[in-house]
Design a protein around this ligand. Structure first.
Ligand SMILES: Nc1ncnc2c1ncn2[C@@H]1O[C@H](COP(=O)(O)OP(=O)(O)OP(=O)(O)O)[C@@H](O)[C@H]1O
Length: 580
């Protein structure tokens, strides 16, 4: 009843304002003779609008921020735990692109675009509803124009989404190129390749600009069509109102026509903006799609295993390959075939072979970077029965590129903070780094820059070695660095390995023969197959072996030195080997 009174009061006020001849004999109309009440209602409604507006914005942005955070966490967790194969087939620039650009869009642009779209869309819907309410004849042209508009919008979207996708793809090479250029800046300068690299960078930028400018052009294409639609709609509204008035098809007065036109003209630009933003939201959803793709990656089952290894495993370090084959992916061919070898506890094994023979793939097999076929035992436990975490935590590796993390010497030696200072200093002493680290201002707390860039290659290798000593693994795998370390450091590393790991099984992927020539046995690989496996001197003496070929391809001085070392080792150490 009260609502009705307010409504009648409003009509009365409008009637007075526009000088309309309406009878207000109804006693209820006399309720609103005082304008103050309308101001109060107006203020109340404005207050409600502000309240709900703020509530809507805060709820919406909180929700958007939470979604972005959750998506980022999900993507990070999956990428972090996914298989190594993923990093083989996805360049680092592509991954950075998703973590930077796509996540950035998710954080800033997508929420504001959606909010903007909803705002403007509701305003446009309001304007059109009011127009249709006052002049329902406009329903027919509205439907016709809506169909036309949906057609144009879909036509635009098919192209623009594809262009956005291409834009995302061609952005990645810019990141890759920049990263590679920065990491190899000294080599580029030394080789005087700045011009070439600059040209390559410009080419990548050009590709990206082509895609992004096409995106802008098709946006303009859409804009022109949308403007045309709104102009046609305004024209039809106006003409229809004039015709309606002339032929008295509807009771409509000039005030209402004015009101319709004001709203329609106001919504002309808003209409275009609403459609553009709706398309933009769909386009931007490709970023959400890309983030979702990474957040649904398959992860390695790190903690899943059929068996828990006994404490102290592996106590001997005996490794048996029983018919082991390995490939990097189900769709690729095998790179190691039917390996049948037994490495005895505490043996020092060197692996040689031409490039691509499968030397590094043996490491991938031991760490189960992809699942090998056959049976691979360490101290009588089939490693395929263990969880990846249990397996990997028991093996130590010194990779070709010694990896150090941003942090301190301490965090690099003992990332999980499990050992005392004494243990860390002892390990540093064993690799002859104690004095060097002591001389640093902050000792164990001295800073290590990204990738250990403030340390020499040799020092990085020695820190990796100290890390392996601290871990006390029974099995050490060394992917010998191809990067040149000076002779003295190399000798120091070799000596440290011999001393600190004399009771451990050490497998060395050799790129230089002098580092493995005094090993107990040498495994020769060719095209992923074991060709020879035996004592170095025996293999050198046999002119059908790969080691013989490798040794005899060296100059005489080197060759004689290697043969002497192998012979001495052969004469002095007789170890009974069990050949599998
Ligand atoms: N990540 C990978 N994905 C797919 N195939 C790979 C991968 N790494 C190596 N391969 C393939 O496996 C085979 C053996 O490579 P591997 O790196 O084990 O040889 P290698 O003897 O260590 O060579 P190098 O002495 O040059 O390091 C090669 O044919 C190589 O193309």
């Amino acid at each position: 009843m009260k609502n009705k009174s307010y409504f009648l009061g409003l009509i009365k006020w409008n009637a007075k304002k526009y000088n309309l001849n309406i009878s207000f004999n109804n006693p209820s109309l006399s309720l609103f003779t005082d304008r103050t009440q309308y101001y109060i209602i107006y203020c109340f409604l404005s207050g409600l609008a502000i309240f709900f507006g703020l509530l809507r914005i805060s709820l919406f942005y909180t929700l958007a921020a939470r979604s972005a955070i959750n998506l980022h966490i999900a993507m990070f967790n999956k990428v972090f735990k996914t298989s190594i194969r993923f990093f083989d087939i996805n360049p680092i620039g592509r991954i950075i692109n998703r973590f930077s650009n796509d996540t950035g869009l998710l954080d800033d642009i997508i929420p504001s675009t959606i909010s903007d779209f909803m705002n403007v869309f509701m305003t446009v819907v309001g304007s059109i509803s009011l127009t249709l309410f006052l002049n329902y004849w406009l329903l027919f042209p509205t439907i016709a124009l809506a169909i036309f508009f949906i057609f144009i919008r879909n036509y635009y979207l098919t192209t623009s989404m594809e262009i956005k996708r291409i834009e995302g793809i061609v952005r990645s090479p810019i990141f890759v190129h920049t990263g590679n250029t920065l990491s190899g800046i000294s080599i580029i300068r030394a080789a005087n390749m700045e011009e070439k690299l600059n040209q390559e960078f410009n080419d990548h930028v050009d590709f990206h600009t082509r895609a992004s400018s096409t995106s802008i052009y098709i946006n303009r294409w859409l804009g022109i069509r949308l403007d045309s639609i709104t102009i046609i709609f305004t024209y039809i509204t106006l003409t229809s109102c004039l015709l309606i008035k002339k032929y008295r098809l509807l009771e409509i007065d000039s005030g209402e026509i004015g009101l319709m036109l004001v709203y329609l003209l106001q919504s002309t630009s808003l209409f275009q903006w609403a459609i553009r933003q709706s398309c933009e939201v769909e386009n931007l959803m490709t970023s959400v799609e890309r983030v979702l793709e990474y957040s649904e990656l398959e992860t390695e089952p790190l903690d899943k295993g059929d068996r828990k290894p006994p404490t102290g495993w592996p106590s001997n370090g005996e490794i048996t390959f029983d018919n082991v084959s390995f490939r990097y992916d189900k769709n690729l061919s095998y790179v190691l075939n039917d390996m049948n070898i037994k490495i005895n506890a505490g043996e020092k094994i060197g692996i040689v072979g031409r490039t691509g023979a499968g030397k590094s793939s043996i490491i991938q097999t031991l760490f189960r970077m992809a699942e090998p076929d056959g049976y691979l035992y360490i101290d009588d436990i089939n490693i395929k029965e263990l969880s990846l975490h249990d397996l990997r935590s028991k093996l130590s590796i010194i990779p070709q590129e010694p990896t150090l993390f941003i942090g301190t010497i301490r965090t690099n030696l003992d990332p999980l903070n499990e050992y005392t200072d004494n243990v860390l200093w002892d390990a540093l002493a064993q690799v002859q780094l104690k004095e060097t680290i002591k001389e640093m201002k902050d000792g164990l707390e001295s800073e290590v820059h990204k990738g250990g860039s403030n340390l020499s290659v040799g020092q990085k290798q020695l820190i990796c070695l100290a890390r392996a000593i601290i871990k006390k693994s029974k099995i050490l795998i060394i992917d010998e660095a191809t990067a040149n370390v000076d002779f003295k450091t190399d000798a120091m590393v070799q000596e440290a390995i011999r001393e600190c790991f004399k009771d451990c099984t050490v497998i060395t992927i050799a790129h230089r023969l002098h580092t493995i020539i005094d090993n107990d046995r040498i495994l020769c690989l060719s095209q992923g197959r074991v060709v020879n496996f035996g004592r170095p001197y025996e293999l050198i003496e046999d002119d059908t072996t790969i080691l013989h070929d490798l040794v005899f391809s060296l100059d005489k001085h080197e060759r004689v030195k290697l043969i002497d070392v192998a012979k001495e080792k052969y004469i002095n150490y007789e170890i009974p080997f069990t050949h599998f």
